[in-house]
Design a protein around this ligand. Structure first.
Ligand code: ADP
Ligand code: MG
Ligand code: MG
Length: 912
């Protein structure tokens, strides 16, 4: 039997169905499906994607058996529609439409009104009783045929589209604004002019034979698969060129026969916010592409269709309900109303914002259309998109106004979602002071880049904008943890610290001027743009809104209930302060996976600097003794906030020169003198000591447990602070589970060295206070050696936490601080599939993790293993952690819901 190349649909029957998108394209498969479920669809047939493949494999020719199959299908359509293609009395017209497996909006071609010529146009006029609309259709057809099939384009850049130019002349001559005001006579003249244009430009006559017309259109549609636009689009969205498009030939219905006719596009519910109810655009007395062409401003379905055409509006709503019930998804549709009757021309699953995705998924469950497991599907709510629910957003109207007023400035990398407007501030300390004096004025901290010293300024700012840096730069990391809007790598901005101004796009803005940034999109605007706060935050964190007052919150809570029920992976947070911990708990964090103790040191720089310059153990201990009470209080605060949940505290990790370096001595001229007097030393000696701290490659230098090994008194102080705090809080009646974590160990001996000091501190504190408590001592796995020798390390360590930032740096030998100059090139040229500091490099770093898990559990079967890098909040990485059997991931507070959703999605997908 020969291959079936043509699939008929019409009269309640269809050869295809919605499962056949690969063969029939999305449009063809869904036209067939709509016919099957009894919706009003003009009859037609689909030429499969295999025809397209054949077409390109055979020098743009069709398979021999195609012709007869098309003729047979055409006969069936004629029968179904009760009209005849090319008839001089009762003519049937066709559209010929492209449609690939995945929608490529506007990229390929469509021809309407095929079958019109000087004879059939007269018959059509008689048949419809509307001469004007018949000639209007004819005019459109000749134009589309010339444009799409014969590819008549402007001669050069200065000439407009030749048909549009002729049309404009005609309107001018007739003294009218719109095409719909042209008379029959004028339309007839236009048809003649268009034909003449084709003859002179294409060197051949406009074809009057309907059969020739339809084959020309089919060839053009298949040809449009390889046009420039379509190829660029496919490259951008990763659609393979081999797929090919299908072509749909379908009986025409007319939206341009009078005021009881219309054409439109719609959504079965709103896809920006997810609000239920049909919405969209329509135009009365119009055809096809007029709605999107922008020549006439369409009307809103939800506003006026009910009064313009009450009966049709009712039909449309019923169709919408039927479609949603059938597809169990919001639909994006195209329709035409002919003499009051609605005809469906297209349907597909609608694209939506994260905000709408949540509302729609939850509503569909509550309406009984889908199950809670289905609601959690990745394709319905991409885990990342959940973050949109937590962030303030720009009021879309206000943003549009800003763009219209020319206030758009630049675009950078969207590193921290959220919208913020505030005054520009270029220095962290100024931001802090300004914030103290003007707590009600928001600040945008604009810098070339940020460093740990800018932390307080970053805290005071509402948003952070940097000219350099990538998605895992300091600014990006910290602002995400703080839940602030952040844009990095905005290279169009020139920051001039000396004049306290920024230059961007030829404009100069001063410190104190207003600027607005959209962390969802990376866009920066001059002046203010109004924001809307997230209701979820108002309920959970600010507690300014009651749960019962916010439907958005209620839907969020319902969704998270399902998430918690179906996930296996636990989700902790990276938090250094009680405030961050409280926020994380509000978002459902189940413990702290990483508390970075050095963040506390930045608040007590005097003492830590004293410790660093001290030449003797005694002098160091003296300084550390001053730090101890601060650390103890910090830890106690965290334990109280976490209220019985596990808290992992990492011992001091960064190289000491982050706290004290030559640069600090230069910036603060009296610092060396102060340090000398505290340590009974000289300025020269202090300078020498600080000079010694300089490292050529700090990432691989004296840091992590190497500090605590060379200066054991640091570890002893930190461990003592932890256990004193734990005992204190336990005595207050709160359960405490400290997990002390050694950073950067690669050798078992390193771990054991530190473990001994930690356990000794615990015993001492327990003895002094007469109280004991359970605790764990474990290690980070962040150098490959530790993963490879995990069996040895797990013989002593009671838990592992993969530090995937450092593990990525040490496995790939790529420094996160230095990869800026080449990572962009690598990504653009597909040398690596994704940024390894955003998404775990599963084949490399991931394999090392697998080794660590297997070998670790080979010597300690119940070894608790987690991950605490920034990857803990990245959905793809979370899913990988689920797959390799980790117990938990830890991420910044506002990523907790995202990580939870990703964990549930993977558990459900794996369970199938
Ligand atoms: P696109 O993929 O660019 O949306 P389509 O093939 O869907 O292109 O066609 C665009 C528009 O043309 C449709 O939305 C519809 O308004 C009009 N159209 C297509 N086929 C028909 C038809 N058989 N009858 C009436 N209008 C049609
Ligand atoms: Mg369409
Ligand atoms: Mg590390």
């Amino acid at each position: 039997m020969s291959t079936k190349y043509v699939y008929f649909f019409g009269d309640g029957q269809a050869d295809g169905d919605s499962s056949m998108k690969t063969l029939l394209g999305g449009k063809g498969a869904n036209l067939a499906e709509m016919v099957r479920i009894g919706l009003p669809v003009p009859a037609g047939f689909t030429l499969t994607t295999e025809v397209c493949t054949y077409y390109y494999a055979n020098n743009r020719t069709f398979p021999p058996e195609l012709k007869q199959q098309v003729l047979d299908a055409l006969k069936k359509v004629e029968k179904s529609m009760g009209a005849e293609f090319g008839s001089a009395t009762n003519p049937l017209l066709f559209s010929c439409r492209s449609g690939a497996r995945e929608s490529m909006p506007g990229m390929m071609d469509t021809v309407l009104n095929i079958g019109l010529n000087d004879t059939t146009v007269v018959a059509l006029a008689k048949q419809t009783g509307n001469e004007r609309s018949a000639w209007d259709s004819y005019r459109r057809f000749v134009q589309m045929y010339g444009d799409v099939v014969l590819e008549l384009k402007p001669k050069d850049k200065t000439e407009g589209d030749p048909f549009e130019v002729a049309l404009e002349h005609k309107r001018e001559k007739a003294g009218v604004k719109e095409d719909s005001q042209l008379s029959v006579e004028q339309l007839k003249e236009l048809v003649a002019e268009f034909k003449q244009l084709i003859k002179s430009r294409a060197g051949k006559d406009f074809p009057t034979d309907p059969m020739e017309q339809v084959w020309g259109a089919i060839g053009a549609v298949f040809g449009s698969w390889m046009n420039d636009r379509a190829m660029v689009y496919r490259r951008t969205y990763g659609i393979p060129h081999e797929w090919g498009t299908a072509a749909n030939v379908q009986a025409m219905v007319f939206g341009n026969l009078g005021d009881d006719c219309a054409t439109g596009v719609g959504l079965t519910r709103d896809c920006a916010l997810g609000t239920p109810g049909f919405c969209g655009d329509y135009l009365i007395n119009a055809q096809g592409e007029d709605v999107v062409a922008g020549i006439r401003t369409p009307k809103r379905i939800e506003e006026t269709l009910a009064s313009d055409m009450p009966e049709s509006y009712k039909q449309l709503n019923e169709i919408g309900k039927k479609l949603e019930k059938h597809y169990k998804e919001v639909q994006d549709i195209e329709f035409t109303i002919q003499r009051g009757k609605v005809y469906m021309l297209q349907t597909r699953n609608a694209k939506r914002t994260g905000f709408a995705a949540v509302r729609i998924a939850v509503d569909l469950v509550n309406e009984g259309l889908i199950t809670e497991q289905e609601a959690l599907q990745k394709r319905r709510i991409p885990a990342d998109d959940l973050a949109q629910l937590l962030q303030p957003i720009f009021d879309p109207a206000s943003k549009a106004t800003a763009t219209k007023e020319g206030r758009f400035l630049a675009k950078g990398i969207n590193a921290g979602p959220g919208a913020a407007s505030g005054v520009i501030c270029l220095f962290a300390d100024e931001a802090e002071q300004f914030h103290e004096k003007n707590p009600n004025t928001d600040i945008i901290l604009v810098r070339k880049e940020t460093s740990p010293e800018d932390l307080r300024g970053m805290k005071a700012a509402k948003g952070i904008l940097t000219a350099t840096g990538g998605a895992s730069s300091h600014a990006a990391l910290v602002s995400r943890q703080m839940g602030k809007a952040c844009i990095v790598g905005c290279s169009a901005i020139e920051v001039d610290y000396t004049t306290n101004t920024i230059n961007v796009g030829g404009k100069t803005l001063k410190s104190g001027d207003f600027i607005s940034m959209d962390g969802f999109t990376g866009e920066v605007f001059e002046g203010k743009v109004q924001t809307k706060p997230s209701e979820v935050i108002q309920v959970l964190v600010q507690k300014t809104l009651k749960p019962e007052e916010s439907e958005t919150y209620q839907r969020y809570a319902q969704l998270m209930g399902w998430v918690d029920k179906h996930r296996k992976l636990r989700v902790r947070t990276n938090a250094d302060t009680p405030n961050q911990a409280d926020e994380a708990i509000a978002f459902g964090a189940e413990g702290i996976g990483l508390c970075r103790t050095e963040h506390m040191f930045f608040d007590h720089l005097d003492e830590i600097r004293h410790m660093i310059v001290a030449e003797t153990k005694e002098s160091r201990e003296e300084a550390l003794a001053k730090l101890l009470p601060f650390q103890r209080e910090d830890f106690a605060g965290l334990f109280r906030s976490m209220n019985g949940r596990p808290v992992t505290i990492r011992l001091l990790d960064p190289p000491l020169h982050e706290f004290l370096s030559d640069r600090h001595l230069e910036e603060q001229p009296d610092l060396a003198q102060k340090l000398a007097s505290w340590t009974n030393s000289t300025v020269d000696a202090v300078k020498r000591r600080v000079g010694e701290l300089h490292e050529a490659n700090p990432m691989l230098g004296h840091r992590g447990c190497r500090l605590g090994i060379v200066y054991p008194e640091i570890t002893a102080m930190q461990a003592r602070a932890i256990f004193e705090a734990a005992v204190k809080v336990k005595k207050e009646g709160i359960n405490v589970v400290p997990e002390v974590m050694v950073p950067l160990a690669g050798f078992l001996t390193e771990f054991k060295h530190q473990e001994k000091i930690i356990r000794a501190a615990a015993e001492a504190v327990f003895k002094e206070t007469g109280t004991t408590l359970e605790y764990l001592v474990g290690t980070m796995i962040e150098v490959p050696r530790a993963a490879v020798r995990a069996d040895q390390i797990a013989s002593a360590a009671e838990f592992f936490s993969f530090g995937t930032n450092d593990l990525t740096q040490t496995t790939l030998a790529i420094s996160r601080d230095d990869y800026g100059p080449f990572i962009g090139y690598y990504r653009e040229h597909d040398i690596i599939p994704s940024d390894p500091f955003q998404t775990i490099d599963q084949e490399g770093v991931g394999d090392i993790m697998k080794i660590g898990v297997e070998r670790g559990r080979s010597s300690r079967a119940d070894l608790k293993i987690g991950i605490c890098g920034e990857h803990g909040g990245d959905p793809a990485s979370v899913m990988f952690c689920h797959d390799i059997g980790l117990n938990y991931v830890s991420c910044s507070p506002r990523r907790v819901p995202v990580a939870k959703l990703a964990a549930a999605q993977q558990a459900l997908a794996a369970g199938k």
